[in-house]
Each structure stands twice: as structure tokens, then as C-alpha cells.
Design a protein around this ligand. Structure first.
Ligand code: GAL
Ligand code: CA
Length: 347
């Protein structure tokens, strides 16, 4: 009997050993996602799109977490470290400071975890260091060009737009985060497009409102008291700020009777489409949150499962803007939005 008990014990121990050391189950795909700041109008739309797509896959097939970088790179680095220790099999990162991507790339590479950056583009040289680093975004230059073209067209069609009749276009420019390439290129290329149309410009003022409505409203209010109707056009690097400018203009009596100011922005967020309907916004540029969210999610999910990068993403590519859909970059095209076509972007 004693012998039997010993034998049974041994058998059970060996069996237990087999169970615990059996072939490892493949880990459930796990995506760590962080947004530079939850309190950002446009990025909230992108975030919700990613969240909905991830939810639709189902908890049994995918683990994921979306965290707020709170505009603080140190905090965001901690979040990324946590993703990696908790077993992320892919990262989807909207960096607070794209210049900090190199550190993140190093950590991800050490753990062989693929990284999809989105919306805030890291340096190409950093991207090149890691074969499994990708970027989903839009060409900021294109959005700037579109903004400028909308203004040039308006200027040419409306001789009265040159309020002081000096043959020059006096403008103010509301900038996004100055460290952001979208802000930099939109500022540069919007003016380039106006000049390319043969219009001479005269910059009255330019300042950052950090992509935000409230700050933009304050800046615009100050410019209105300083320059008043010397301002002939308002450029904003995004619509959260174009809406802020419009709020200040409304408070100063614009958009009533003949008092008008052309304002242009980028993103085509719902508030901007409403402003287009009301005639307070001259034009905007669609920053395609649906396609950017989908491309980011599809790519990250594919990589998180250990599949090749382009599997589910290639159909999003279009030949003109993304000639290399199997490469490391996925470019989502911008679209010009004016009173002629805005209804098609309403949801
Ligand atoms: C831009 C967008 C802005 C802001 C920014 C954040 O593409 O137009 O509204 O969201 O990204 O990086
Ligand atoms: Ca003028």
C-alpha cells in the first residue's frame, strides 16, 4: 500500500510537470496604445475609432489598452514601459514629443515588439533604425496647400476682400504646437499656395494657440482689438482653433449683415462642418480620422498577431498618395472641404 501511494505520488507529480511545462500557448495579441493628449479634439475622434475597432474584435481575441499621455513625454514613457512589461505584442503610439521616438524604438526593438506611430511623425532616420517601426499619417504639406488654395480662390473671386485696397492680403495665423510638423508645414505651405497664385501677402501676426479653441479665441480677440478690420484673412492650423477665431469674431460683431471675415482651418471636425453650414467658416481640409484610425488599428492588430505588416492595410492605400503600401509609411490623403462639398462629410 505504501509503495502504491509513493508510485501514485510520483505519477501525479510527473503529470503535473507535463501540464505546467507543456507547449506554450501562443500569447493573445496585446496592443498598447497611447494618445499624446486625450484633451485634443481631432485625436479624440481618432482614438474613438481605434477603440471601436478594437472592441469589435472581441476580448477573447485581443487584449488592448488606450492610455492618456497627458501632454507629458515622461508620463507617456512610463505608460509605454508598462505596456512592454505587461506583454504587449504591438504598440500604437501617438507621441507627445516625436523627437523622443528614438528611446521608444530602442526599447521596443530590444523586446522585438513592432511599433506603429501615428499622427505625430518621428524622424525618418529614427524610423529607419528599426525594421518593425511604421507610421500612419497624412502629408501636412498637402493640408497647407489646400488651405492656401481655398483662400486664393476666394481672394480672386471677391475683389472686396482687399479691404484696404493696397493690393496685398493682410493675414493672421493661428499655429498649433510649434514643435509639431503638422503645424510647421500647414503654416508654410498655406502661404506658399497663396503666393503661388500670384497674391502678395502681408503677415500682421502669428502665434501659437496649441491646437486649442479657448487659446485661439483669446489670441483672435487680442488681434481684433489691435488690428480690427486691417485683418483680411484668418488662417488656423486646425479647426479647434478656427472655431476659436470664429467665436471671437462673432463676439466682435462679424457674420452679421456685411461684416465678414474669411477663416480657414484643417480637420473638418463636426463643429467645422456646422460652421461651414452657417457660413462662418470659409473652408477646411478633411483630416481623415476614420481612415487614419482604421489604418493604425489594422496595422497594429496584424503585427500584434505576428502577421506581416501590410496584410489588412493595403486596400486603404491609394496609388497617388501612398505608392508604397507595403512599406513602413501609410499616407492617408487630405480632402479640400468648402461650402460646395461639405455635406458629404457630415455624419
Ligand atoms: C493634427 C490635427 C490637430 C491636432 C494634431 C495633434 O493632425 O490637425 O487638430 O490633433 O494633429 O498632433
Ligand atoms: Ca489688403
Amino acid at each position: 500500500m505504501k509503495r502504491f501511494v509513493v508510485l501514485l505520488t510520483v505519477v501525479l507529480m510527473v503529470a503535473a510537470l507535463f501540464v505546467s511545462c507543456g507547449p506554450a500557448k501562443p500569447a493573445k495579441p496585446n496592443i498598447g496604445i497611447t494618445i499624446y493628449k486625450f484633451d485634443d479634439n481631432f485625436m479624440s475622434i481618432v482614438r474613438n475609432n481605434i477603440d471601436n475597432l478594437a472592441k469589435a474584435v472581441g476580448e477573447d481575441k485581443l487584449a488592448y489598452s488606450i492610455q492618456d499621455g497627458q501632454g507629458d513625454q515622461a508620463k507617456q514613457n512610463d505608460l509605454i514601459d508598462q505596456f512592454l512589461t505587461k506583454g504587449a505584442t504591438a504598440l500604437a503610439l501617438n507621441m507627445v514629443e516625436p523627437a523622443s521616438a528614438s528611446v521608444v524604438i530602442g526599447k521596443a526593438q530590444a523586446k522585438k515588439v513592432p511599433v506603429v506611430f501615428f499622427n505625430r511623425e518621428p524622424d525618418a532616420a529614427e524610423m529607419a533604425k528599426y525594421a518593425n517601426a511604421y507610421y500612419v499619417g497624412a502629408k501636412a504639406q498637402q493640408s497647407g496647400t489646400f488651405e492656401g488654395e481655398i483662400v486664393a480662390e476666394y481672394w480672386k473671386a471677391n475683389p472686396g476682400a482687399d479691404k484696404n485696397k493696397d493690393g496685398k492680403l493682410q493675414y493672421v495665423m493661428l499655429l498649433g504646437d510649434p514643435a509639431n510638423t503638422d503645424a510647421k508645414y500647414r503654416t508654410e505651405f498655406s502661404i506658399k499656395a497663396v503666393e503661388a497664385a500670384g497674391i502678395v501677402v502681408d503677415k500682421l501676426a502669428e502665434d501659437t494657440a496649441m491646437w486649442q479653441t479657448g487659446e485661439a479665441q483669446n489670441k483672435m480677440q487680442a488681434w481684433l482689438s489691435k488690428f480690427g478690420d486691417k485683418i483680411e484673412v484668418v488662417f488656423a492650423n486646425n479647426d479647434a482653433m478656427s472655431i476659436g477665431a470664429i467665436n471671437a469674431l462673432k463676439a466682435a460683431g462679424y457674420f452679421k449683415g456685411k461684416k465678414y471675415m474669411p477663416v480657414v482651418g484643417v480637420d473638418a471636425i463636426p463643429e467645422a462642418l456646422d460652421a461651414l453650414a452657417q457660413g462662418t467658416l470659409l473652408g477646411t481640409v478633411l483630416n481623415d480620422a476614420d481612415r487614419q484610425g482604421k489604418a493604425t488599428f489594422d496595422l497594429a492588430y496584424s503585427l500584434a498577431q505576428g502577421k506581416p505588416a501590410a496584410t489588412d492595410v493595403a486596400p486603404l492605400a491609394d496609388a497617388q498618395n501612398n505608392p508604397d503600401p507595403k512599406g513602413k509609411y501609410i499616407w492617408v490623403p487630405y480632402v479640400k472641404v468648402t461650402k460646395d462639398n461639405f455635406t458629404q462629410f457630415k455624419k
